[in-house]
Design a protein around this ligand. Structure first.
Ligand SMILES: C[S@@+](CC[C@H](N)C(=O)[O-])C[C@H]1O[C@@H](n2cnc3c(N)ncnc32)[C@H](O)[C@@H]1O
Length: 254
């Protein structure tokens, strides 16, 4: 009779299977080039046809309405913020929700690597409120502690080392300020998405460690719906807070 496999063996098998799937399916391009080259291919991708269909894709995948639901129902409460930076604003998916749900006097800044995406966002938003500028997450053109909130939806996947993006977010956030971040998880659906959108995925545990290392401990993990939570789907959605006292483990951007 074949010996029953122990839970440890099953766990190891599962990890090996996940690694094989990851190497087969996930987009690996970002690992093979340096950050400057990765940025240049990312900019080309979003300047081109992929960027033109991004808004429609986020409607069809329900990402856009589901993010809107988190903001509208105040599971991530934006009503008290007065100065908000949306990084990698894309077609203005998060920005649109911020325009509706934030205080009318709140300052809104949208930045993106792709000029075309900024143009698309500007033409979609029927508002003079946001300022748009071209900027890279790993080198933000803002003074330290400029914002009390940063939103960043599906952008950290374009950074080879997440700490380089997170330390910049840490720098521009005021003490006590909040970060709302969404990232593609290293699940099957995330790996497929990474192929389509030419980005990397994140392991939840490793990403949490990167946040800790950058001085931005997770305050809460969020889920689109209870069904997403039950099935552990929908990717990594977190609220993190910059402590009011500087974190001793925080790293500086290189
Ligand atoms: C998948 S889209 C996400 C759009 C939007 N945030 C959303 O929630 O749907 C990624 C966006 O991030 C931008 N992006 C990629 N890398 C970036 C970087 N290093 N700095 C700033 N923006 C970046 C892309 O140009 C693109 O518009």
């Amino acid at each position: 009779m074949a010996p029953l496999s122990s839970p440890q063996k099953t766990g190891k098998k599962r990890i090996r299977l996940k690694k094989s799937l990851k190497s087969l399916i996930e987009f690996r391009g970002g690992n093979q080039v340096d950050q400057t080259q990765f940025q240049s291919t990312t900019r080309k991708l979003y300047d081109g046809p992929a960027g033109a269909v991004l808004y429609l894709a986020s409607k069809l995948s329900l990402h856009d309405p589901l993010v809107g639901r988190i903001i509208k129902t105040r599971r991530f409460d934006v009503t008290e913020f007065r100065s908000i930076l949306d990084i990698g604003s894309g077609a203005g998916q998060i920005l649109g929700h911020l325009l509706r749900e934030t205080h009318p006097d709140a300052r809104l800044v949208a930045c993106d690597l792709s000029h075309q995406m900024l143009k698309r966002a500007r033409s979609r938003m029927d508002s003079q409120r946001p300022n748009y500028l071209s900027a890279d997450l790993t080198n933000l053109p803002f003074l330290d502690e400029s914002f009390d909130c940063v939103t960043c939806g599906w952008v950290l996947e374009y950074v080879t080392d997440p700490r380089h993006g997170l330390s910049e977010i840490y720098r521009v956030l005021q003490p006590g300020g909040s970060l709302f971040l969404l990232a593609t998880e290293d699940k099957f659906s995330g790996m497929l998405n990474s192929r389509t959108w030419k980005c990397r995925t994140y392991n939840r545990v490793e990403l949490e460690q990167a946040f800790e290392d950058s001085g931005l401990p997770w305050k809460e993990q969020l889920w689109f719906t209870p069904i997403h939570q039950f099935l552990k789907l929908g990717g990594i959605i977190v609220e993190a807070t910059k402590p009011t006292e500087p974190a001793t483990t925080s790293i500086q951007s290189s």
